[in-house]
Design a protein around this ligand. Structure first.
Ligand code: FAD
Length: 409
């Protein structure tokens, strides 16, 4: 096996999942994460269909994920007075298994911390590749050498910037911004959520951690505002401007937002790249093929991507040229399908005109009585299942002295 010394940038979903598999196949992963500690907070993410679930099972973390599942029921669309007008079934937005992103990151971290070196509070500053490996300098730590570098550092990937060029070339803004934060469950929501939509805006709140808290979510349509990602005060001011006086619980949530421990704000975008690797550097998860937070596919896709990338590296005995090409062959069609799910959803979730918003609200009201009521959930499931996962344990390319360990499925 060659190229066993691998640096991964980013410790959310794709990064630790990749470290998990690399370790199983005999590689030595190191993860560098910009945040000073594991980022626990966050919104609900979901898995749907057999491909996602089977990767969780193969990793041996299904029981932990099951234990932390949100157990959400249906979601109500309400009017400005908070009166439910329509109900959407859980499987439409929560998939087969929903979990808070922070809980998932914690499970993945716990499953890998004993064999993976984690460096928190640092970031790659430069990458210089030569025939033997990559010299990596960090913003804080001393320079180090690695055989391969994998960017699992999300939509605004530093690894992608350094290797492929500026973000503008790869990130497509979908015309929507999103904010989300943890707040008190002051509506007493019981494993459910309320959403309120007007022209170009959607505000929602759903209970989390078995109703002990709630997540407030705001989406609004707008061209890319290009706000400084670290300027939380400015982001909160923009959100307050947009939603003040909108109705429902918006004003209260905006007041509570000032005290949120985990305020998140970003434009909703997709990453489109012709290639996910260059030389000894490759990308995985949102960094390479973010389908957008509205697709409901990002987490499952990141997990499947990590599984395939590590598997191909093992199958190629660490030959990155073969493995990176095979990784793209195996995954590209699947990733593009997931991205299609994100394409149309922005306009559907946050329609720009009052007429469209009203029509959509009315449609949701009658949807449960229509023959095609489950169509959206079915399409999402079909998309999520549109890959046949290779079994990298199969003795196709056995390695003398280093058999691939078996695992549960
Ligand atoms: C509001 C919202 C709702 C979502 N809802 C869903 C959903 O319902 N279903 C679903 O499947 N997906 C959902 N997603 C998407 C999902 O969270 C992502 O697709 C998924 O987390 C991708 O994982 P990732 O590891 O590739 O990237 P990320 O989760 O973005 O993680 C990137 C990691 O890299 C770190 N990092 C960034 N820059 C650097 C750097 N320079 N150096 C070191 N580390 C760095 C970050 O701190 C982070 O830990 C949602 C996303 C958002 C924002």
């Amino acid at each position: 096996m060659k190229n066993t010394n691998v640096l991964i940038s980013g410790s959310s979903v794709a990064g630790p999942a990749l470290a998990h598999w690399l370790h199983r196949y005999g590689f030595h992963p190191t993860i560098v994460e910009r945040a000073p500690a594991l980022r626990d907070g966050g919104y609900a993410v979901d898995f749907r269909g057999e491909a996602h679930l089977s990767v969780l099972r193969r990793m041996g973390i299904m029981d932990d994920v099951e234990r932390a599942r949100t157990g959400m029921g249906s979601m109500s669309y309400v009017n400005s007075a908070g009166k439910p007008q329509a109900q959407l079934p859980a499987d439409l937005f929560a998939g087969d298994l929903e979990i808070l992103r922070g809980d998932l990151a914690r499970i993945l971290y716990d499953a890998t911390a004993h064999h993976t070196e984690y460096i928190f509070g640092d970031s790659i500053a430069s990458l210089t590749e030569d025939a033997e490996g990559v010299t990596v300098t960090f913003e804080r730590g001393a320079p180090r050498r690695f055989d391969l570098v994998i960017g699992a550092d999300g939509l605004h990937s530093r690894t992608r910037d350094l290797t492929f060029g500026p973000e503008e070339r790869f990130v497509k803004h979908l015309g929507v911004h999103c904010a989300i934060f943890t707040t008190a469950n002051h509506l007493g929501l019981d494993h459910t959520g309320h959403a309120y939509r007007t022209a170009g805006k959607l505000a929602a709140m759903y209970s989390a951690r078995h109703n002990t808290e709630a997540k407030a979510v705001f989406y609004f349509s707008s061209p890319d505002l290009d706000l400084d990602r670290h300027d939380v005060a400015r982001q909160q001011a923009v959100l307050a401007e947009r939603f003040a006086g909108t109705g429902w619980e918006s004003d209260r949530l905006l007041r509570d937002m000032r005290y949120a421990p985990d305020f998140y704000f970003d434009s909703v975008g997709q990453v489109r790249m012709d290639s996910w690797s260059r030389g000894r550097v490759a990308l995985v998860g949102d960094a390479a093929y973010c389908p957008s937070s509205l697709s409901g596919m990002g987490t499952g896709l990141a997990l499947v991507g990590a599984y395939v990338l590590a598997g191909e590296l093992a199958a190629a005995q660490g030959d990155h040229r073969i493995a990176f090409a095979r990784y793209e062959d195996e995954l590209r069609e699947y990733a593009e399908g997931c991205q299609k799910m994100g394409d149309g959803v922005a306009k559907l979730m946050v329609p720009g005109s009052r007429l469209m918003a009203t029509l959509l609200n009315r449609y949701y009201k009658v949807m449960p009585y229509l023959p095609g009521k489950n169509m959206a959930a079915k399409i999402a499931r079909k998309t999520a299942e549109n890959i046949t996962l290779r079994d990298y344990r199969a003795p196709a390319r056995p390695q003398p002295g280093n058999p691939l360990p078996s695992h549960q499925d």
